[in-house]
Design a protein around this ligand. Structure first.
Ligand code: AGV
Ligand code: CA
Length: 320
């Protein structure tokens, strides 16, 4: 999907280094209609150093030179360490370590300042894809208000509207989704701006769990670096159902697929607000006076899995 002049859509990607985020990065690198201008790593659902390293190795693997930056701003509610260490596992995957890596360096600026710079320098309105918390973007809006007009659309994985949240923490009532819970004030700040927001809450992302059949489909293409990486990252997600009671889903990759195939989901405008304090912090509420958000409400799951598989495997299986 290019615009009427055939221009590619410019995207800044703010991700937080979980397997799902790294799969999203891989998808983005394969989309012909996307001009990926920068990748930020938010230190939320990851250890930032290995997540940055894995990010560099993925870009290297697919032969892409894209600027990166690592985040330093903290969230109020830290992610479980047991999840954050997945970045160490991803960074150690053999497919990402086929050669001595040139030490990849992030830009010297921390991600929030770098994001502001990228936004200010963007030659045309730019899309911000966020598959982690919105902390960096909120900082940009606070400190450089004029960047608001540079943003064409914020595409965000987060929230839970008419379904339960996925936060299971003491002193919390379970109504929040983690990307919002990590830094509820950040979403509030983005809601208070005028940027168009397209949001992918758990209501739809829960419908695309990582299944064994789906992971095994990548095994049929074993031997091609991109499908090996995709299958390995998906395999890292197993055990989630057993340890948390909830399956690992393609939360971020479904959100990312919107940039290539915008009609895999259907959307409704919902007026939203976010609770920032107390036992429901991070919960999104629908209220008549709330801020309009374009929310994904239904997904064609089969079409999504097919899109994901087609994008990250070669035309034909290497062996039958
Ligand atoms: O709430 C979904 C978000 C997505 O951006 N993340 C994971 C995806 O990257 C947090 C999360 C929720 N449940 C999790 C998460 C789990 N069981 N393991 C790791 N991360
Ligand atoms: Ca994420």
């Amino acid at each position: 999907m290019t615009d009427t002049l055939g221009r590619r859509r410019q995207v800044l990607f703010d991700q937080d280094g979980a397997p799902d985020d790294l799969l999203s990065l891989l998808l983005l690198t394969q989309y012909d209609n996307i001009d990926l201008r920068g990748v930020a790593v938010t230190p939320a659902d990851c250890l930032p150093r290995p997540a940055l390293s894995a990010t560099h190795k993925i870009l290297d693997l697919v032969g892409r030179d894209v600027p990166t930056a690592v985040g330093v701003l903290p969230g109020r509610n830290p992610f479980p360490l047991a999840w954050r260490i997945d970045a160490l596992r991803a960074d150690a995957l053999p497919v990402l370590n086929q050669k001595d890596q040139r030490a990849g360096h992030a830009d010297a600026l921390p991600a929030h300042e770098q994001l502001a710079t990228w936004l200010m320098r963007a030659p045309a309105p730019i899309t911000v894809l966020a598959t982690g918390p919105l902390t960096n973007l909120a900082w940009c809006l606070d400190h450089h208000p004029h960047v608001e007009s540079r943003i064409e659309e914020v595409v965000f994985m987060g929230g839970a509207l008419d379904v339960a949240g996925n936060v299971r923490q003491p002193d919390h009532d379970g109504t929040a989704e983690w990307n919002v819970f990590w830094d509820p004030d950040a979403l509030k700040r983005v809601f208070d701006s005028s940027v168009p927001i397209t949001m992918f809450p758990l209501d739809v992302t829960n419908r695309v769990p990582v299944t064994l059949d789906f992971v095994r489909a990548f095994g049929r293409h074993y031997g091609w670096h991109v499908s090996d990486l995709a299958g390995s990252l998906l395999a890292l997600t197993f055990g989630t159902l057993e340890t948390t009671g909830l399956p690992y889903c393609c939360w971020d990759s479904l959100t990312t697929s919107y940039l290539a195939e915008p009609d895999i989901c259907t959307f409704e405008t919902v007026r939203c607000d976010v609770i920032t304090r107390g036992e429901s912090q991070g919960r999104i509420v629908q209220t008549p006076g709330g801020r309009p958000v374009k929310c994904a409400r239904a997904v064609d799951a089969d079409r999504f899995y097919q899109h994901f598989l087609n994008t990250l495997t070669p035309g034909e299986p290497l062996s039958s």
